[in-house]
Design a protein around this ligand. Structure first.
Ligand code: FAD
Length: 468
């Protein structure tokens, strides 16, 4: 039986990054993956394919709606969905090859098959053949799967989850989305840009509900006015039924207890994701999960009862984000190597890849209110930005929340073109405990979207903006 210092079960962004960092630190490392390719949800059915479709659909939308304002006229514009999907599949397979290369480069042994515990140091891998390996330390990085509702299941035909939605063969005329979180909104935007009539049904009173409410409200306005989205907030879905493979009939109940019937070609079930632990045989090693199925860990991300078995990423508590999983992978590898790494979960940014993009880090206004923290707000509208006017990206704002006591930045919330990249400035500032005035006095190149962060900081610190 082969012996390893570390074996990682699951090759998503948490798992493969943990393996690379462990190998860099001199550990003899292996990784086990049940699918025939590496990269997990993120690369195969998550971040990368969804962003690829968002990118292609944005080009189509701009060519359709915005090019003429630049004097560019296109006739008979057409979207060939099969080419778009082929491009997406090529990006996935190129990236799969990229991870294979990284595994070879770092001398990490890759085993394909379902990994399960035999005991706390032995893993059985059920692949083409069944084999056992021994490992001093083990990281569980088995990720998550789309959630279904008790009475509404994925039929892989017209009631589907994000996984199937990333592989459509035809553009649907109409799409009802159950769940107004990030995944549902992003996939709705892809198809709305291609001409699909999109409706979103959300149980809570705001879309992207985990983010600052201003962002949800502004994004909702944008999606309604520019992409024709229809929203049913504070509404619950009672049933969704496949009508002879033609349409999906949905019944919802709104906050006034009115029942509304809806019908669409497709229904996307995007009500969250659940941790995936099937086949691991957690009971054999006495690993506990919480009521939502997440593996319980301590502050070193060790599982309870087994100090040599760790868990990271979507399968444990916290936001289900690829970079959170990666940070935890590095954290555990360095912990095993005897280092004292650190993760500040408050500083993990969150992004929605619509256009304008939405990005945030730190506390929301609602959280500050709830914790009775005195704060001030600096909010700068993108329509006052010269750079935004140049590219016709005048929707949105930068909002900085800073402590009234000492001006320290507590949260940054952006809706703007390129917000996904802009938020990095806020993360760095907050990591170094910057005050709003620190950003306000730093030179920002002109004309850039980033100047809006400086303007919002000027407002937050002392209400002294230069451009409004
Ligand atoms: P995963 O990526 O889920 O990987 C787990 C791996 O473990 C899988 O390959 C699985 O096959 C394997 N596995 C499971 N059980 C076993 C076993 N017993 N033996 C062997 N292998 C096993 N996050 C972002 O940060 N940014 C985004 O833009 C973003 N977009 C997304 C879009 C969509 C449509 C979806 C669905 C998700 C998106 N996410 C995004 C979330 C992101 O994909 C996840 O947070 C991330 O992939 C979690 O990484 P992980 O390593 O924990 O697990």
């Amino acid at each position: 039986m082969e012996n390893y210092d570390l074996t990682v079960i699951g090759s998503g962004p948490g798992g493969y990054v943990a393996a690379i960092r462990a190998a860099q630190l001199g550990m003899k490392t292996s990784i086990v993956e049940k699918y025939p390719c590496l990269g997990g949800t993120c690369l195969n059915v998550g971040c990368i394919p969804s962003k690829t479709l968002l990118d292609s659909s944005e080009h189509f939308f701009n060519a359709n709606k915005h090019f003429n304002s630049h004097g560019i006229t296109l006739e008979k514009l057409k979207m060939d969905l099969s080419v778009l999907m082929k491009r997406k599949n090529k990006i996935i397979s190129d990236s799969n090859n990229g991870i294979n290369y990284l595994m070879k480069k770092n001398k990490i042994d890759v085993f394909y098959g379902l990994g399960g515990f035999i005991d706390s140091n032995t893993i059985e891998i059920k692949g083409k053949e069944t084999k056992k390996i021994n490992s001093k330390n083990i990281i569980i990085a088995t990720g998550s799967k789309p959630m279904e509702l008790n009475n509404i299941k994925n039929n892989k035909h017209n009631i589907i989850t994000s996984t199937e939605m990333l592989n459509l063969e035809e553009i649907p005329q109409s799409l009802n989305i159950i769940g107004g979180g990030v995944i549902g909104i992003e996939l709705g935007v892809v198809y709305a840009r291609l001409g699909t009539k999109v409706s979103v049904i959300e149980y809570l009173d705001s879309i992207i509900p985990s983010m600052d409410k201003d962002l949800g409200n502004e994004l909702k306005k944008y999606l309604s006015s520019h992409l024709g989205f229809e929203f049913h907030l504070s509404s619950k879905v009672i049933s969704a039924e496949n009508n002879n493979n033609q349409k999906v009939n949905i019944e919802i109940e709104n906050k006034d207890k009115q029942k509304i019937k809806m019908s669409s070609d497709l229904c996307l079930l995007s009500v969250g994701r659940k941790p995936y632990t099937e086949g691991l045989n957690l009971d054999i090693v006495g690993i506990d999960t919480d009521p939502t199925g997440r593996i319980k860990t301590n502050d070193k991300l060790q599982t309870i009862n087994n100090e040599n078995i760790y868990a990271i990423g979507d399968v444990i508590q916290g936001q289900m984000l690829a970079h959170k999983a990666e940070d935890e992978g590095v954290f555990v590898a360095e912990t095993i190597a005897g280092q004292k790494p650190h993760i500040d979960y408050n500083l993990i940014p969150n992004v929605v890849y619509t256009n304008p993009e939405v990005a945030s880090v730190g506390k929301t206004e609602e959280q500050l209110k709830q914790s009775d923290i005195d704060y001030k707000i600096g909010k700068f509208p993108m329509k006052a930005s010269g750079r935004a006017r140049v590219s016709n990206d005048t929707e949105g704002f930068v909002k900085i929340l800073a402590s009234k006591k000492d001006d320290e930045i507590l949260g940054v919330h952006i809706m703007s073109a390129r917000a996904a990249d802009l938020i990095a400035e806020a993360v760095i500032a907050m990591e170094y405990k910057a005050a709003a005035e620190d950003i306000a006095i730093i030179s920002h190149a002109h004309p850039t979207f980033a100047e809006s962060i400086k303007e919002a900081a000027l407002i937050a610190t002392d209400n002294r903006p230069l451009h409004i």
